[in-house]
Design a protein around this ligand. Structure first.
Ligand code: NAD
Ligand code: MG
Length: 390
């Protein structure tokens, strides 16, 4: 029996993870569930999954949850805040930690799990973008396994040889082909993009996801963050990663080898596949995902990405090439700009403008530790916020 902590249990990835857990009651148990402020959703999950711990992001939500659980499940310990998140990421009875909090808020609990030597099921790409070097070093030092949940990275992992080393050229990998759907605005006339609404941006053609990542998909910053994520996970440079537009989201990514072979991982666009893969690895378990109907799919299209239409993708390449803390600045500015867009304070095409001007206003540090990353994140947020309000 494997004990799981699900950070961000009430979100899109959290709910899909619990769906897979529920299919295997003899093999996996949700020991801890966490949420931001949504007391009612976490309450319902607690009543169904009976974890030992439930964590809310703030004291008052934690108190409300504890009161509501008093009658039905008084044995569940309710914790609050970052201390609570760190505790459930490092408890001895936890084997696997699903990192599915959205944004920079997910960094510290995920890093705590790595330092405790857990298997980290990593959905929170922002933590690798902010602190990739530190994250990978700490995983090595503490013997933590990092298994990618992001569908593309999970696909790449599946296309790599078992037990592959850090050096991709030593195992004959020529390049990584990272697929991208192109989001809802792939074909929208460019002059209409300044007018698009949060609802249109969040209506992804193939995937159902949280609002922040949905906007990132619409600007293609999501793919930019994924290029950076892939550099760290697969110990490679951005020039070895080629973004390929593939509107059907059936091929989840590919690895090209020195002999010209290209291995692809395919399947229906349903996050329960990478989640079940990472939970069971190196074995396979049922995920609830239907068989891929190739006759219905019928055709697979591929095209080059349009960097003019999607300036966020170029900004992400620039940030990883610049290195040091540049990706952390990019990430912070993006989070601020996306939140402002979702709040109706910023136009869609202003998102890259805010990010670019924040990147040029904040000095990049070459080397950095955790405190340095948190400081640069705070500084970049305040600069970006000023740009939004300007
Ligand atoms: P979501 O918005 O649906 O869920 C986010 C979860 O995090 C919720 O449970 C929320 O309560 C919690 N949370 C949010 N802010 C928090 C805070 N400050 N402190 C503590 N908890 C907080 O998001 P999602 O779509 O499930 O995405 C989660 C992560 O997984 C993101 O990093 C995203 O990029 C990544 N990811 C998601 C998908 C997908 O299909 N949804 C695919 C690949 C990667
Ligand atoms: Mg992805």
């Amino acid at each position: 029996m494997k004990g799981l902590t699900i950070l961000g249990a009430t979100g899109s990835i959290g709910v899909s993870t619990l769906d897979v857990v529920a299919r295997h009651p003899g093999s996996y148990r949700a020991v801890a569930l966490t949420a931001n402020h949504n007391v009612n959703d976490l309450l319902q999950q607690c009543l169904k999954f009976r974890p030992d711990y439930a964590v809310m992001a703030d004291e008052s939500s934690a108190q409300q949850l504890a009161e509501q659980l008093q009658e039905a499940a008084p044995e569940i310990q309710v914790l609050a805040g970052m201390d609570g998140l760190k505790r459930v990421s490092s408890l001895p009875e936890i084997d696997y930690v699903m990192a599915a909090i959205v944004g920079a808020a997910g960094l510290l609990p995920a890093l705590t799990a790595v330092r405790a030597g857990k298997r980290l099921l990593l959905a929170n790409k922002e933590s690798l973008v902010m602190a990739g070097s530190l994250f990978m070093e700490e995983a090595k030092r503490h013997g933590a396994e990092i298994l990618p949940i992001d569908s593309e990275h999970n696909a790449i992992f599946q296309c790599m040889p078992k037990g592959y080393s850090d050096d991709l050229s030593a195992i004959g990998v020529r390049r990584i082909l990272l697929t991208a759907s192109g989001g809802p605005f792939r074909l929208t006339p460019v002059e209409q993009l300044s007018q698009v609404t949060p609802e249109q941006a969040c209506a992804h053609p193939n995937w159902s996801m949280g609002r922040k990542i949905s906007v990132d998909s619409a600007t293609m910053m999501n793919k930019g963050l994924e290029v950076i994520e892939a550099c760290w996970l697969f110990h490679t440079k951005p020039d070895k990663i080629k973004v390929v537009l593939h509107p059907q989201s059936v091929v989840h990514s590919m690895v090209e080898y020195a002999d010209g072979s290209v291995l692809a991982q395919m399947g229906n666009p349903d996050m329960r596949t990478p989640i079940a893969h990472a939970m069971a690895w190196p074995e396979r378990i049922e995920s609830g995902v239907a068989s891929l109907d190739l006759f219905e799919v019928a055709r697979l299209d591929f095209a080059a990405p349009d960097f003019q239409r999607f300036p966020c993708l170029s900004l992400a390449y620039q940030a990883i090439e610049q290195g040091g803390s540049a990706p952390a600045i990019l990430n912070a500015a993006n989070e601020v700009a996306v939140a402002a867009f979702l709040d109706g304070q910023l136009g869609f095409t202003e998102i890259p403008v805010v990010i670019e001007s924040t990147l040029s206003a904040v000095a990049v540090d070459a080397g950095y530790d955790l405190d340095g990353i948190l400081a640069i994140d705070a500084q970049a947020r305040s600069v970006a916020l000023n740009k939004v309000q300007a």
